[in-house]
Design a protein around this ligand. Structure first.
Ligand code: GH3
Ligand code: MG
Ligand code: MG
Ligand code: MG
Ligand code: MG
Length: 332
């Protein structure tokens, strides 16, 4: 703990040094004027030598240049000195002088002539307080840092959770929703539709003669084809709540909340057009010579005693019909 002594008497300097040494206080800085005090605290001058940091200031009132009370007021006016106690050392203990000193920011005073026992008692208790303040401040700073770190970790965790949830919901090959997400989300949409007695539609879409595609172009080309079909389908399910899922190998499903049969049929037509626009060659696909899909369309008002699987079943049956009718088409 460093003590700054501001006093214009070298005799007082020597006396304080001797008294304070009794308790082992040896880190003392002596200055003889207000100007010197301001300089060494960094309140005046060009910063050379750099300001020292002190833990206690013993301040003479009767200085040559500026009154010690004014010096105290100036020091305590600086936010960085709020926690540094200033003790007046003075022969003038008149109520007027002391009340001015306290008002200027002094915490205590020591009578001149200085008595060792009084000096040491004051210094001891003020430095203990100072130490406690420093410890508390360090703890507070640590806590703030810890809180920031926690918040950062929380954000990272949240981000990781979102990434995990996204991975868990998407199909590894195509990136569209997977079957698990499809089942869960359709069940939710179905319940929502039940509560509000809304229409809900599902399209089942299956690539035509895909076994032949694999046989002709190889399995890897088959995978690429599935990805392109998934992409194209994504472009037609763009309204909020609509999504494409990979239902099985080369089979997809599209959920269309709040959509009647007419609306669902329009989306299915757009899907057929989007696949035609891809223009992917498929030698084994009869007339068109291109990759095509067949679509089963189903829509209904969700009823209380019905299960969403009935909607899937209806779409499946329609898909089967589309296959039987010659493929590259939609059926309801
Ligand atoms: P249909 O028009 O009646 O749907 O005929 P299809 O040949 O498409 O139907 P089928 O069910 O007989 O064959 C589906 C083929 O899709 C067989 C399977 O090898 C292939 N397939 C399923 N999943 C994948 C996949 O992830 N990658 C590739 N390359 N092929 C797949
Ligand atoms: Mg003096
Ligand atoms: Mg197929
Ligand atoms: Mg088949
Ligand atoms: Mg199939």
């Amino acid at each position: 703990m460093k003590i700054l002594i501001v006093d214009d008497s070298v005799h007082v300097h020597r006396q304080l040094q001797v008294f304070l040494a009794v308790d082992g206080y040896s880190d003392l800085v002596f200055v003889s004027s207000a100007a010197e005090a301001f300089r060494c605290l960094g309140l005046e001058g060009d910063g050379h030598p750099p300001p020292i940091s002190v833990d206690l200031i013993l301040m003479d009132i009767e200085l040559d240049d500026i009154c010690g009370i004014e010096v105290t007021r100036r020091i305590k006016g600086e936010p960085s000195f709020t926690d540094v106690p200033v003790v007046m050392v003075t022969a003038d203990t008149s109520p007027e002088s002391l009340s001015k000193a306290f008002e200027a920011g002094a915490v205590d005073y020591i009578n001149k002539p200085i008595r060792k026992i009084e000096l040491l008692a004051r210094v001891r208790s003020l430095l203990r307080l100072r130490q406690e303040t420093l410890t508390r401040k360090a703890w507070e700073a640590d806590l703030v840092k810890l809180a920031a770190k926690l918040e950062h970790t929380n954000r990272e965790l949240q981000h990781a959770n979102e990434t995990l949830a996204r991975i868990a919901a998407s199909d590894g090959l195509t990136g569209v929703a997977n079957r698990r997400y499809f089942d869960k989300t359709l069940a939710q949409e179905w319940r929502r539709a039940q509560r509000r007695e809304l229409d809900i539609a599902v399209l089942m879409l299956d690539i035509d003669h895909f076994k032949r595609y694999n046989d002709t172009y190889g399995h890897q080309a088959g995978d690429a084809c599935i990805c392109q079909v998934a992409n194209a389908l994504t472009s037609v399910a763009r309204r909020a709540g609509e999504f494409v899922a990979r239902y099985g190998g080369e089979e997809f499903a599209i959920v269309l909340p709040e959509t009647d049969l007419l609306g669902a049929t329009l989306v299915a037509q757009q899907a057929l057009a989007a696949i035609a626009e891809l223009g992917l060659p498929h030698a084994g696909q009869g007339a068109s010579g291109q990759v095509t899909i067949s679509i089963g369309v189903a829509s209904r008002q969700a009823r209380q005693n019905e299960h969403w699987e009935s909607l899937i079943q209806a779409a499946d049956e329609a898909l089967y019909l589309a296959k039987r009718q010659g493929r590259n088409r939609l059926e309801v």
